[in-house]
Design a protein around this ligand. Structure first.
Ligand code: GLA
Length: 729
């Protein structure tokens, strides 16, 4: 209710156009204004994007005429909101259209706009039309005032006699005029996800994109930060943070123009995707979601976390299940007795669920390694004679939930499925096939394949209503790009693949709304906010080395709430203690993927207590505001704290990596507490029998003290961790 009230208030304070001005569309969050204006030429321009303006402000036309269609003295040029190809702008267009008569130009004129209240905010819908062709573009903006988030997308359609060719289809276009721009990007590879780097944008274009199709984000992640006027900083400065909700090829273009203005163009990557749009068909672009923070990336991240939990993430306000997975422990090498013993260990550990990983299916070609069986989703009878039902009932008996791994979009050529339906796999008819992890991607542009993929999950759920969770994997990019189904419309494959995937996920969400799912892609190579509408969480990386995880979790946390990020304790350890590994995983959604019987008694007891603590603190860690305090990118330590909404309960995680000899240690100053309240400080997650060495342990401090002076939680020891609970008195 509160959110709606704010949204409607925001609407009521429309900017007053000065005399002679044309229509002004103002979209306000609590902190930011985006102002669009219909210029005298009938076209739509961005005239302001920045800190929120005073209410009822009157903006004289000269204040923004520079951007409103008269840039460089040339009528029409300026910060057009959705510029078409072939018009008078010299820069990258938002939309590239070749009309059915071969004309490559599009000029869009404002027709109308409407607003309506939607959950959490207000949606503004703006209609544009070409003056020479029956070609229409609808711009959508959803504004979430309280979280300071904008979500925007576009729809393109036409009524020309023959199809038109789309060569570019941006979700939106944003403009900035600042002395300098610094782009922080997130790149990586398998087991090396979201590595952050920053560079100054120079004149010309910088492009971040992917052409990998299914395992789209393996090398470049679908989000970015732009420091406006200075490089991004955690706690200060203006930063644009943006992400695209598209589980496939995307492209972010950052273009600094001749006068030093910046265009930001988020889009589906048009690579190999000349899209033939038929009359009446609507081309809907993915959503681009962005925030502007004036207090650095920390606040921008909290905007995203709050928004994602409330409005985007599947079951965003629900709880999550701690789990024990068997992949790192057994790999493909297990049988029923082994799994039952692991299920019993899950119970002893105190986690909520056992998750069975890869290797449970295939008979003619059993899945005993990654070279065969993918696509044959019947249980391997000689390995698991009681099938999945026997395992589900063992889990029920132990009192834990049961989850299972699937990779339904892919196939090994060595499978009955491929023998039966070779034309369901994406591969070139006339060239030697290239295999990534010995597999091919199924052609989800084909409705029959969509039915099959849906059927894989439905089949498991029908046989086993006790299955409560899927780990949905995707280990290959799209290779050998050719769809036997699309024939002469190959330009649609990358796009229709993603739409086909969403069709399957929609059906699943509709028919099995309570099944939770982990999104996995050979680690964290799929992690966009459209996919996360269907998934409660995602697997950040196969790399569970806790030191690497400090960086990976720091990177993903820029956009993703902790509750969406799975972190498991494994034997990827580089000699670190079980405590250190568990404390690192406890910052996110906690799980284990390890041979528990390999631990000594003390370690196991420690883990049991850590699981119980995590469950007790779940609402603070998963739903609280996250404050990144000490960056691993800036030294040999890392610290983060979480605070619940009432500011009465907080958790601080602090880690020493490889400190220098006698380096200067600073107390860690917490954030987000209530300065006037008193908090009891207690170190938790201690090894059995160990006493806290924290001087503040057991004492009471004011929020003011804790935020200004801080706690001495860092040390000069190698790979040491300290977890502190703070409870308001
Ligand atoms: C991927 C996942 C792993 C595991 C394997 C199974 O690599 O990231 O966690 O599930 O597949 O083959």
């Amino acid at each position: 209710m509160k959110h709606f009230a704010t949204a409607l208030f925001a609407l009521a304070v429309a900017v007053q156009p000065a005399a002679g001005e044309e229509r002004v569309i103002r979209m306000s969050t609590d902190n930011t204004d985006l102002v669009l204006q219909v210029s005298g030429n009938g076209r739509l321009y961005q005239t302001y994007l920045g800190p929120r303006l005073a209410d009822n402000v009157t903006i004289p036309s000269e204040a923004w005429s520079v951007h409103a269609g008269s840039g460089n003295g040339v009528a029409g040029r300026g910060w057009e909101v959705y510029p078409g190809s072939g018009n008078e702008s010299y820069f990258e267009p938002a939309v590239g259209i070749t009309h059915s008569d071969g004309n490559p130009s599009t000029f869009l004129y404002y027709q109308s706009s409407t607003t309506r209240a939607v959950k959490g905010g207000t949606e503004t819908v703006i209609e544009l039309k070409d003056d020479q062709y029956p070609l229409y573009v609808t711009l959508h903006y959803v504004v979430y005032p309280e979280e300071n988030i904008y979500k925007t997308w576009s729809e393109i359609r036409h009524e020309e006699k023959k199809p038109v060719q789309l060569s570019a289809y941006a979700s939106t276009m944003l403009y900035f005029s600042q002395p300098s721009y610094y782009l922080t990007e997130f790149s990586g590879d398998w087991a090396h996800e979201v590595q952050m780097s920053t560079q100054r944008l120079q004149p010309g274009k910088k492009v971040l994109d992917t052409k990998l199709g299914s395992r789209a984000a393996m090398h470049m992640y679908p989000f970015f930060e732009v420091g406006l006027g200075q490089p991004v900083d955690e706690h200060a400065g203006t930063v644009l943070m943006g992400t695209i909700g598209w589980t496939g090829n995307y492209r972010f273009t950052f273009e600094v123009d001749n006068v030093g203005d910046l265009r930001v163009i988020p889009a589906i990557n048009p690579y190999a995707s000349l899209y033939e749009l038929k009359a009446g068909e609507v081309f809907r672009t993915p959503e681009f979601i962005f925030t502007l923070s004036y207090e650095g990336t920390g606040q921008g991240s909290r905007n995203f976390h709050q928004w994602a939990r409330r409005y985007q993430l599947k079951d965003g306000e629900g709880t999550r299940m701690t789990l024990l997975n068997n992949w790192e422990y057994t790999g493909f090498n297990f049988d029923e007795a082994k799994l039952v013993s692991v299920i019993e260990e899950a119970k002893k550990l105190g986690v909520d669920m056992f998750l069975l990983d890869d290797g449970w299916f295939g008979n003619k070609y059993p899945r005993s390694n990654d070279r065969a069986g993918l696509g044959d989703w019947t249980v391997t009878h000689d390995k698991l004679p009681g099938g999945i039902p026997a395992l589900v009932s063992a889990a029920e008996k132990a009192g834990v939930k049961f989850g299972i791994w699937v990779e339904p979009e892919m196939v090994n050529p060595k499978s009955e499925m491929f023998e039966k339906h070779p034309d369901w796999a994406i591969h070139l008819p006339n060239r030697k096939t290239y295999y990534y992890r010995n597999q091919l991607v199924l052609d989800l542009s084909n409705p029959k394949v969509q039915d099959y993929v849906y059927g894989v999950l439905e089949g498991i759920l029908k046989e086993n209503p006790g299955v409560k969770y899927f780990k949905w994997d995707c280990n290959s990019p799209i290779t050998n790009i050719y769809s036997p189904y699309l024939k002469d419309r190959q330009g649609q494959l990358y796009i229709d693949y993603v739409r086909g995937l969403y069709n399957v996920l929609d059906r699943l969400a509709e028919n099995y709304p309570d099944v939770q799912m982990m999104l996995c892609s050979g680690g964290g190579a799929r992690c966009d906010f459209e996919a996360l509408k269907y998934f409660t969480e995602f697997w950040c990386s196969d790399n569970t080395d806790p030191i690497e995880r400090l960086f990976i979790q720091w990177g993903f946390s820029q956009f993703m709430p902790a509750k969406a990020m799975c972190a498991h304790v494994t034997n990827w350890s580089r000699g670190t203690s079980v405590k250190f590994r568990t404390d690192v995983a406890s910052m996110c959604k906690l799980g284990f993927d390890i041979n528990l019987s390999g631990m000594n008694e003390q370690e196991f007891q420690y883990c049991q207590a850590a699981v119980a603590n995590w469950k007790r603190l779940q609402s603070v860690i998963m739903d609280g505001a996250q404050y990144r305090l000490v960056s691993p990118y800036e030294g040999e330590h890392m610290a983060v704290n979480y605070v619940d909404e009432a500011r009465s309960h907080a958790v601080l995680f602090a880690y020493d990596i490889y400190p220098r000899f006698q380096e200067k240690l600073m107390p860690v100053r917490l954030q987000g507490l209530d300065p006037s309240r008193m908090y009891k400080v207690e170190e938790i997650n201690l090894m059995p029998g160990r006493k806290s060495s924290l001087a503040a342990h057991g004492k009471v401090f004011s929020g003011d003290y804790l935020m200004k002076i801080g706690l001495n939680v860092l040390s000069l020891s190698k790979t040491r961790s300290c977890v502190v609970e703070l409870m308001a008195q």
